[in-house]
Write a protein that binds this ligand. Structure first.
Ligand code: CTP
Length: 424
């Protein structure tokens, strides 16, 4: 977020949510009457909006009103055969770039903190990898209650943004904290979830995907890697304001918008592409699963299965990450480490051996995390300590990683942007 005095402060405040899909959750509380205005303001900023209402929300504002302002029927029931055959709850969860629950009642915040999934909205929040924000709205006693505060602390720890509350006169006649913040302010904060400006003006070079090392014209040696994490990192860096170049091995993924994508096949080609671009980079993120070895010579024709055994002579590929870290001056260097065991010890060893500033490590070879799936649990290892992120969608893990990198980059390069150097 740009602060007053920053040249882009004014620009930033012309909020844009163009092409962003926002799922607005409405829970039961008198502030629900303002939700229609939230939808209108989100759409004014360019967002596509779908509304999910809890049963209690429909007591305060009609689904028809929300349909009229959003342009789509409000979703209300988890087990609605008609809705499930159209955009069911899993599709909705995947559809959203961000989920904003406004107003979020004390009860809903408690459910979210516990990971309950007993209605459509709570299920969606659990099933979605999108950025999640809640705008609390409740009586001030409920807000001050230690149970509510503990639930909010849990949400914050899990990466959920808390927007507000404001304070002032309440519908119940009391005065204090607990009012839902203004719809326009909610839209500004929602946009800020994407456009953080934390890497504004910086060049970021990202490698992603596997490499293919030809054995013959039809066979390759490769690593298991979908490229999803690297692509998500490139997108998150772009959304943080960076100019991003993505050097990708073979993947089935479409490059993120506003990211320059160069496709390569082998480790040597990836090495060459990185060397050609690295001088301009402030930050290098090596998310590619580079094949460490390649066949010394690829056969010109298809190798036939004539013998019972076949020997391949492999030679080492250049280490792209280490070569970047060895430059003077070197950019801020981030490596990835996929390990099957001893995660932290192996990551620390890699950090030291390659002279990286940060290694994002994750366990692989177990269900639900690592390659070829949508979630990841990252451990961020640096010389002065380790931070463990929770299990997150790759998109959210990438955003958290980029935030962490930005904080560290600006701390290391305070002259570039003194304001951001102090951010934590
Ligand atoms: N890397 C690279 N060039 C290579 C090999 C790896 O840039 N030739 C980068 C990867 O993009 C990743 C990090 O180095 O950021 C992974 O380190 P590496 O030592 O290659 O991991 P492993 O191959 O898993 O190492 P080992 O097999 O020794 O565990």
């Amino acid at each position: 977020m740009y602060l007053p005095g920053h040249p882009k402060y004014t620009l930033y405040h012309m909020v844009s949510l163009t092409n962003k899909r926002i799922l607005l959750g409405v829970t039961g509380g008198i502030a629900a009457y303002k939700s229609a205005d939230v939808v209108r303001r989100l759409r004014d900023a360019g967002a596509e909006v779908r509304v999910v209402m809890t049963r209690a929300a429909a007591e305060f504002i009609t689904p028809l009103t929300m349909q009229a302002v959003s342009g789509h029927p409000a979703h209300r029931h988890l087990l609605d055969a008609q809705a499930e055959s159209g955009m069911g709850h899993i599709e909705l969860a995947r559809w959203a770039d961000a989920v904003l629950v406004a107003p979020a009642s004390a009860n809903f915040i408690a459910k979210l903190a516990q990971g309950l999934a007993d209605d459509l909205l709570s299920t969606l929040c659990l099933a979605s990898g999108a950025a999640l924000a809640v705008a609390p709205a409740m009586n001030r006693q409920m807000w001050d209650n230690p149970a509510t505060q503990a639930n909010l602390a849990t949400l914050q720890k899990n990466g959920v943004r808390i927007f507000g509350p404001g304070s002032g006169a309440q519908a119940c006649g009391e005065t204090g904290a607990g009012r839902m913040i203004d719809p326009l302010e909610l839209v500004t904060l929602t946009a800020a979830m994407f456009e953080t400006g934390e890497l504004d003006g910086l060049d970021v070079l990202v490698t992603a995907g596997p490499t293919w090392e030809p054995i013959d014209p039809v066979r390759v040696i490769t690593n298991r890697s979908s490229g999803k994490m690297g692509y998500a990192v490139a997108k998150a860096a772009m959304e943080a304001g960076a100019r991003v170049t993505l050097i990708s091995g073979p993947t089935a993924l479409a490059p993120p918008a506003r990211v320059e994508c160069l496709r390569v096949m082998t480790a040597q080609e990836m090495f060459d592409a990185v060397q050609a671009r690295i001088a301009a980079a402030n930050i290098f993120i090596g998310a590619a699963a580079v094949a460490d070895y390649r066949p010394a010579q690829a056969a010109a024709g298809k190798i036939k299965k004539t013998a019972d055994t076949l020997q391949l002579n492999l030679v080492r590929n250049p280490d792209i990450l280490a070569s970047v870290a060895a430059r003077t001056p070197a950019p801020f260097v981030v490596g990835f480490a996929a390990e099957t065991d001893d995660l932290e010890r192996n990551a620390v060893a890699k950090l030291q051996a390659k002279h990286a500033d940060l290694v994002a490590a994750n366990l692989v070879g177990r269900p639900g995390s690592g390659f070829e799936c949508d979630d990841n649990r990252l451990m961020l290892v640096e010389a002065d300590g380790t931070v463990e992120l929770p299990l997150l969608s790759k998109e959210r893990a990438a955003r958290e990683l980029i935030h962490h990198i930005a904080v560290r980059y600006h701390a290391k390069n305070p002259a570039e942007n003194p304001r951001l150097a102090h951010r934590q």
